[in-house]
Design a protein around this ligand. Sequence first.
Ligand SMILES: Cc1cc2nc3c(=O)[nH]c(=O)nc-3n(C[C@H](O)[C@H](O)[C@H](O)COP(=O)(O)O)c2cc1C
Length: 437
Amino acid sequence: MTKPFHLAWFLQGSSVQAWGEPWTGRIGETWMQPELFLDMARSLERACFDYILLEDSSYVGESFQGSTEIYLKAGIAVPRQDPSVVAALMTQVTSRIGIVPTFGTFAYPPYLLARLVATLDQVSAGRGGWNAVTGSSDFAAMNFGLPGMPEHDLRYDMADEYMDVVKQLWGSWEPGAIIADRKSGVLIEHSKVHGVHYEGKFFKTRGPLNSGPAPQGQPVIAQAGGSARGRRFAAAHADTIVANAKGPAAMKEYRDDVRAQMRLVGRDPDSCKVLYLVNPILGETEEIARERKQMQLTRALGMIPERLAHLGKVTNIDFGRFDLDQPLPDDVSTNGHQQTLDQFRKRAAGRSIRATMADWNPVDLSVELVGTPDAVAGRMAEVMQEVGGDGFLLSMPNVSRRTLAEIEDGLVPALQDRGLVRKAYEHAQFRDNLLAY
Ligand SMILES: Cc1cc2nc3c(=O)[nH]c(=O)nc-3n(C[C@H](O)[C@H](O)[C@H](O)COP(=O)(O)O)c2cc1C
């Protein structure tokens, strides 16, 4: 029997993510209002998902032909709203699901971040999380007055120190510090609130945090570093890792590696759940599902400039300045997402950029999941059996109410029938649910 696993949703920003996809209504006009995302939060909570992760970047792409044109025209990661606002709204229409906005360590002073995430944890009664990313784009860095991004591994060194600071800030309030005793007139026991005087190599801050404590003590930390240095960072800090690995063997390797690294730093590997990106495509019959996959694939493979623009956005490489009918020159490297460029080179194997993209399937993600809800549930069980755990992160291009209904009312009941996911939340707080099994 496969042990039960966890489900989460990867929402690519609070944005017009599904612009151009079918069944998305008038999203090009209505996206500023959060209704779709609030419906999503309600739907995924009914389906007992562990969390929604709100991905983010804080700049308009400009790495294709040195222009913002394709990003704006096709709505590639723009416009996107500040995730903290939408995350806070989601907490107010739900009561159990975890809400995990993304914030870059380059963009927030640690004090501001610790206070923001503690506040999210408070207003959600212990369901706050943070997807901790280092950022990777020089354009984003410049939006914050920096000359550019520090070098890749240095960013993670800085982020290690950053985590140390925010953990100290969250720890500045001892449990039980708030007394709120009307008789004695004491709100807070001052001896239980501690100063923080942090002076590290990269960051300097005072404390205590004036927001008061986070109900979870420390909100849930998500991470997604794919490089060796990124995995080491995740192993040190993350409660959940969102992973991009292709096929069960690579998924297992990723998880085994992270678990081994957690043991090395004295952490219990079961205290971090690794979830893999998937895009389930469902249908009433296998044939309908296959047809729907084919439509998604045809649409995606036809958008080579748009996909190169996206690739360029995360690697800082302007693919638009190369001859697409030639291979990517050997001396092109990245200070952005190293894992993504590695994957491109492996696939290319000397072929032209266009040929590499023309059969680079962006639809299947970690493993192909196509079929009836029951067949897909069965396949998810097999994959988890092979990998060892801990669950899936649904990342679907066509974010719409129709897609959400297919997951809530199609896939999840099929998984529940097989005893693969929960039918009710075990606990009130986010981390407790994540670690419940
Ligand atoms: C599922 C997933 C979600 C991610 N979300 C974000 C995000 O919201 N913002 C961001 O700047 N980077 C995001 N990243 C990028 C990672 O933080 C990291 O930079 C990337 O995986 C490359 O890792 P590496 O730099 O260790 O190679 C995400 C990556 C994955 C796989």
